[in-house]
Design a protein around this ligand. Structure first.
Ligand code: ATP
Ligand code: MG
Length: 363
């Protein structure tokens, strides 16, 4: 259903995005490094999950969203869960998979073939590189690409004890069957995580495919809401749908949130918008808590409207009553762009999401 909450798993539940899906599947066939980039809530995870499934290739899906400072155990558990799902999905058909995984140092597959034990510390710890090599062998044996899908890849920067850039670059250069599919905001994943433009990065200049998720137009938004409503068996007031479409900035996550609220019987546009604002406020506060700089709220307020560099700087200086150096401002802005809160368009910075804009006003 279009209005189901949470990332979509099935093509039938996805609105439009056929072109993006086609492009993604083609890229999974042809390329070794593929990136799905887009703003928050624009359907990156959904596109990744459906694309992985529709590609027909075996895939390992890693979602490294951690608590603030993950330790080896946290990362180990995420890997264990991903590998168990991987085995459940493909272990039946790909018999070598079990054997190949069992051969990785520090990794044990249970008798039943669906449970995994991992060692993440000490001499006998699993090396990510060895795991990838085992997957390469499986791919080669079966003559099939094996995809490692990493959602919100920039989160892996918190795993400070593994150099993923190096591991991915090594695999890119030396393996034929293992491929990487990463998602994140454009700046977060391409520039901060892979550092593709940094000559010192092992991934500098590597060819990659990029697929972007996008915002819907107002007309598409209305169409999405109308179809979702029909599918859920409700008859919405068209005027309300238009009003909502105009407020939600074409962000598919908010549109489907709006739709699911309608289905649950909430009929006031403003009430639904307010609860969306409350939701995003929690996330925003989490972000601010982590950064601990009280400059962010002020800067975010300034960026409720598009501002060029000089204007943003002058306004922040006015708020603080002092001068601000360019490097500090650059870092603040880059961080906001990197997490997808702020978008840079035609040389100006602005909060990308109208619901976040409203939340920022309340800070
Ligand atoms: N093509 C689509 N059709 C219908 N609903 C969608 C589509 N893509 C995403 N959604 C809905 O939008 C919401 C956000 O989707 P998803 O989690 O895939 O986005 P995301 O970009 O990964 O978000 P985040 O930035 O939070 O990681 C979900 O509730 C999902 O069901
Ligand atoms: Mg996501």
């Amino acid at each position: 259903m279009l209005f189901d909450q949470g990332p979509k798993e099935r093509k039938e539940d996805m609105y439009d995005y056929q072109e993006e899906l086609g492009k993604l599947i083609e890229a999974l066939r042809m390329d070794k490094l593929i990136v799905i980039k887009g703003l928050r809530r624009t359907g990156k995870t959904s596109l990744m999950r459906v694309g992985l499934k529709e590609s027909g290739f075996p895939y390992l899906h890693i979602d490294p969203r951690f608590s603030e400072n993950p330790n080896m155990g946290d990362f180990g558990r995420i890997m264990r869960d991903s590998l168990e799902l991987f085995l459940r999905r493909h272990g039946g058909k790909l018999r070598e998979l079990r054997r190949a995984l069992s051969s990785v140092r520090g990794l044990k597959v249970s008798q039943s073939g669906v449970e995994i034990q991992l060692k993440w510390r000490g001499e006998e710890a699993v090396r990510f590189g060895e795991l990838i090599k085992a997957l390469e062998e499986v791919g080669e044996g079966q003559r099939t690409p094996v995809i490692i899908g990493i959602d919100e890849a920039q989160e892996l920067r918190r795993v400070t004890w593994i150099d993923f850039r190096r591991v991915i670059a090594y695999s890119y250069d030396n393996h034929k069957w293992v491929k990487f599919l990463l998602t994140g905001s454009e700046v977060g994943v391409l520039y901060n995580f892979l550092r593709i433009e940094d000559p010192n990065s092992p991934l500098f200049g590597r060819a990659r495919s990029e697929v972007s998720t996008r915002k819907l137009s107002v007309e598409e938004s209305i169409d999405f809401l109308t179809r979702g409503a029909l599918e859920a068996g409700i008859r919405p007031d068209l005027k309300k749908l238009r009003e909502a479409a105009e407020e939600l900035g074409g962000i598919i996550g908010w549109l489907s949130y709006f739709g699911s609220s309608l289905v649950r019987g909430e009929s006031e546009v403003e009430t639904i918008l307010r609860s969306a604002v409350a939701l995003t406020m929690e996330e925003l506060k989490g972000f601010l808590r982590e950064r601990r700089s009280n400059r962010y709220p002020a800067l975010l307020k300034i960026l409720s409207q598009p501002r060029g560099w000089a204007e943003a700087k002058r306004r922040l200086e006015d708020v603080e009553g002092g001068t601000l150096n360019d490097r500090t401002l650059l870092e603040l802005l880059s961080n906001l762009v990197s997490v997808g809160l702020v978008e840079k368009m035609e040389g100006k910075y602005v909060i990308a999401d109208p619901i976040v804009r409203r939340a920022v006003e309340l800070l």
